[in-house]
Design a protein around this ligand. Structure first.
Ligand SMILES: C[S@@+](CC[C@H](N)C(=O)[O-])C[C@H]1O[C@@H](n2cnc3c(N)ncnc32)[C@H](O)[C@@H]1O
Length: 326
């Protein structure tokens, strides 16, 4: 990322960001270091500047953005915070976000409450998830749409987001094609996928989870045959990095950023942290993972669990920022 200071106004330039995300002044012409700092929550301590939200959002906006937490996931928290900061940077505009595979939309009410100019469009093929999402989103600027809407005209979304969905998608080319169809030419696609379903292991200290682990093994083992017989609702299969990177290019996207997230030990520890300390814990978690990505990512001699990067062995979420290829 290239950060420049022009006439007392700090601007941020990121090759993959929309024009309305470039050159956004930090409040009062102050540099980020001298801008008023919130007393709560704690500032991330990472050395890099790779997250736009930290440079864009200041004062109360900064506080609002940094207070957002998606329970139990550093990846989802970081990604939605960056969408919130994007919206905060252009308060005069409505920012449309299409969530492909929105599930029950559990994180969105808090996000929509924090960004009045955000409009969510959610799609999910599961009727159960859609009915839960409808309950969760009551009163917020959000619409739930069916496939018939996605098959019609392009929705021109500023942001497309898809979190923990790709590994459940059977026809991955069509799914990427939908994202490409509904994004504006200078929009951003946050694509984040997980490998956790494919690495759960039985252990003596987790006997209470034995049945759910066995069930997941059976689902994984039968997913492909069930899909061939037309049953897709429990489909899941590991995402191979080489395959998906080629499919992303084929769908017409450029990769602007890629990172590994949700360190397994910290995800486990999250559940044991006092609720009053969870926002601070989340900020430290995100900051630590940023350091790991910046300093310690390295390639292994051969892929393991579908990816060649060392961090993937303990950080089973890979998050990409994509933009439509010119
Ligand atoms: C693990 S849930 C994630 C839900 C939500 N994104 C979240 O993070 O809470 C995976 C979701 O992907 C949805 N899904 C499966 N196949 C899909 C497809 N082809 N397109 C969009 N969503 C799909 C499922 O119905 C399910 O709700």
């Amino acid at each position: 990322m290239d950060i420049t200071v022009a006439r007392g106004i700090r601007t941020i330039r990121t090759p993959g960001l929309n024009t309305w995300q470039r050159g956004i002044p930090v409040a009062g012409g102050a540099s980020r270091e001298t801008a008023p700092q919130p007393t709560f929550p704690k500032l991330p301590k990472a050395p890099g500047d790779t997250d736009p939200y930290r440079a864009h959002a200041t004062g109360t906006t900064y506080h609002r953005v940094m207070s957002f937490v998606w329970s139990g996931s550093a990846a989802k928290t970081r990604i939605v915070r960056s969408v919130l900061a994007t919206a905060a940077a252009v308060p005069e505009r409505t920012i449309t976000v299409l969530d492909l595979g929105c599930g029950a939309c559990r994180g969105w009410p808090a996000a929509l409450a924090a960004a009045p100019n955000l409009r969510l469009i959610g799609y999910d093929p599961s009727p159960l998830a859609v009915s839960e999402a409808r309950n969760n989103l009551g009163g917020y600027a959000a619409d739930l749409v069916g496939m018939e809407v996605l098959q019609a005209v392009p929705l021109q979304s500023d942001v497309v987001i898809s979190l923990s969905v790709l590994e459940h998608v059977f026809d991955r080319h069509s799914y990427l094609g939908l994202a490409r169809k509904h994004i504006t030419s200078n929009g951003i696609f946050h694509l984040s996928y997980d490998d956790g379903h494919f690495r759960r292991a039985l252990s003596a200290d987790r006997r209470s989870e034995a049945w759910s682990i066995l069930k997941e093994w059976l689902i994984n083992a039968s997913a492909a045959s069930a899909a061939r017989l037309g049953s897709l609702n429990r489909y899941q299969s590991r995402v191979d990095r080489g395959w998906i990177d080629a499919a992303i290019a084929r769908a017409g996207f450029d990769v602007v950023e890629t990172r590994y997230e949700n360190l397994s030990a910290l995800k486990d520890l999250w559940k044991l942290v006092e609720p009053s300390a969870q926002t601070d814990f989340m900020n430290d978690w995100i900051a630590y993972e940023e350091t790991l990505n910046l300093r310690y990512a390295a390639s292994l001699p051969a892929p393991r669990a579908g990816d060649v990067v060392n961090l993937w062995q303990v950080m089973p979420t890979r998050s990409l920022v994509l933009r439509p290829a010119p």
